[in-house]
Design a protein around this ligand. Structure first.
Ligand code: GBH
Length: 501
């Protein structure tokens, strides 16, 4: 018996699914919401693959109760979602009015999650900067203004929700905010040196400046939380970084991988170790902003855990001029021509679970922080072209989660990595940024014509897996527990009308 128990995840392990405000909410013009930088950006020709925007998305601002029922039917312990800054402060700034209707929406959501026994895991910023701040002073490029405005926004969230929210993420993926938003220009605000994409921007400097300012905004918000709220509210605060595992392409010295690369170290090293990585300083010289001694003091140790979004593994080879990848080239094709894993719908993603376990080990050894896997998931190739019945048999996604859950378990029970939670991306298909609605990451299929939700096979797999692989909590066994509805789900026929407004 003792053996059996130790081969499982601890009983307080958090698991569930993740979403983000702009990807699911829609209702962009109701209840006083201000525009975010994605509102207009997604409407510009050529910015999304299918030319569609986020005005409706999965309609979750209206259908939030149905989505809550879906989470309950899945039996999750936790739900990761993000708050839209421009619903809380429509114009964004520290002297701008607070919108009570926006507060009410998230407050209700939080209350109802808790009433159903689901722990909210809340991201403050998942890429949807208030347009007002972009227009007023250039958003993330303006350190003096944006850091103060972000901290003010975070403070309001701590004040209004912190009595119930005990898990805070300041930011989702600063690397994407800076590199995609200001380097490649594929995400809002879309700035880049590429003049076919944007009349303004400087790919060689702006991403590093923005990344730097995001780190500072995170650090000062985290300081505020820990000094003024943590003790009374008893929660924790951290940041979520994206990072994929890197393997050497071959055994030549040029392929010796730099560990798990640039995307990760740029932000993790300052936040957890207190300095930018050496290679970055060498590569960028004076283009890399510096922290004052006082700032550094606030930045170092500003995340209480390691929030990790990870999707894939890259085969790496030195060379090329992509500074965002640390001048390393990525491929999925091995020297013998075979593929690393199954190809997803997006070019950057293949299924390779061993890399997930190695990344978890690497991060734990390097930073010694408890880890929350805040995103992990797969987009089945051409799923969007399939009739719904067929899309629900999402074998490639099931296979992906089989691999990553088993790697997760090995990392915890065999390697001793301190992992406290896992959120699959995503609860349902949604607005996939520059991909529009073409790429589907959900464990739940969304029919965008009707907004009906249909659980895919992967939803069953993930829910069943966590039900079986977490130590039972004897004390709460009899409480109206989350475990019952999972078996109900497994018995149901494929086409469940999970949503009936
Ligand atoms: C996450 O980011 C996001 O947090 C989430 O909102 C999104 O829906 C989900 O992934 C699925 O995409 O340089 O263009 O070749 C994913 C992290 C990191 C994935 C950068 C793509 C490089 C692609 N991303 N990565 S690119």
């Amino acid at each position: 018996m003792a053996n059996k128990i130790s081969s499982r995840l601890p009983k307080d392990f958090l698991w569930g699914f993740a979403t983000a405000s702009f990807q699911i909410e829609g209702s962009t013009q109701v209840d006083g919401r201000g525009k975010s930088i994605w509102d207009d950006f997604s409407k510009k020709p050529g910015k999304t693959l299918d030319g569609r925007d986020g005005d409706v998305a999965t309609d979750s601002y209206r259908l939030w109760k149905d989505d809550l029922d879906l989470l309950v039917s899945y039996g999750v312990k936790s739900y990761r979602f993000s708050i839209a800054w421009s619903r809380i402060i429509p114009l964004g700034g520290r002297n701008d009015p607070v919108n009570e209707a926006g507060i009410r929406f998230y407050s209700n959501l939080i209350d109802n999650l808790l009433a159903r026994g689901i722990i909210p895991f809340v991201t403050l910023y998942h890429w949807d900067l208030p347009q007002g701040l972009e227009d007023r002073y250039g958003g993330w490029l303006n350190k003096e203004e944006i850091v103060k405005d972000y901290v003010n926004y975070a403070k309001i969230c701590f004040e209004r929700f912190g009595n119930r929210v005990k898990n805070w993420l300041t930011f989702n993926e600063p690397w994407c905010i800076s590199v995609h938003g200001y380097g490649h220009g594929v995400f809002a605000p879309g700035r880049s040196s590429d003049r076919t994409r944007c009349p303004e921007g400087d790919t060689s400097t702006e991403p590093w400046l923005v990344g730097h300012n995001v780190i500072l905004a995170h650090a000062y918000a985290s300081k505020l939380y820990r000094e003024e709220f943590k003790q009374a509210q008893g929660g924790q605060i951290g940041i979520t970084l994206n990072g994929d595992w890197a393997l050497p392409y071959d055994d030549s010295p040029e392929s010796a991988s730099r560990g798990s690369d640039a995307d990760l170290l740029t932000f993790a090293d300052p936040i957890y170790l207190g300095h930018y990585p050496e290679y970055l300083k060498e590569m960028l010289g004076s283009r890399l902003p510096t922290f004052t001694a006082e700032e550094l003091h606030v930045v170092k140790g500003s995340s209480e855990f390691y929030g990790m979004n990870t999707y894939t593994t890259n085969l790496c080879m030195a060379g090329g001029d992509n500074e965002f990848q640390g001048k390393v080239k990525y491929t999925f094709t091995r020297p013998d021509g075979t593929q690393l894993g199954t190809q997803a719908h997006c070019a950057w993603l293949q299924d390779y679970a061993p890399g997930f376990r190695q990344l978890l080990n690497y991060l734990y050894k390097r930073y010694r922080k408890p880890i929350y896997v805040t995103e992990n998931g797969f987009a089945v190739k051409d799923e969007n072209n399939k009739p719904v019945e067929e899309a629900l048999s999402d074998y490639d996604r099931v296979h992906y989660f089989q691999g990553t859950t088993s790697s997760l378990l090995s990392a915890v029970v065999e390697d001793g990595v301190d992992i406290r939670g896992y959120f699959a991306w995503s609860l349902m298909d949604n607005f996939e940024w520059a991909d529009g609605y073409v790429t589907r990451f959900g464990v739940t299929y969304v029919d965008y014509e009707t907004q009906k939700r249909y659980p895919k096979d992967s939803a069953r797999f993930v829910c069943q897996w966590f039900k079986e692989n977490i130590e039972k909590d004897e004390s709460s066994e009899s409480a109206a527990g989350p475990s019952a509805p999972v078996s109900k789900l497994a018995d149901d026929a494929h086409l469940i009308d999970a949503v009936r407004a």
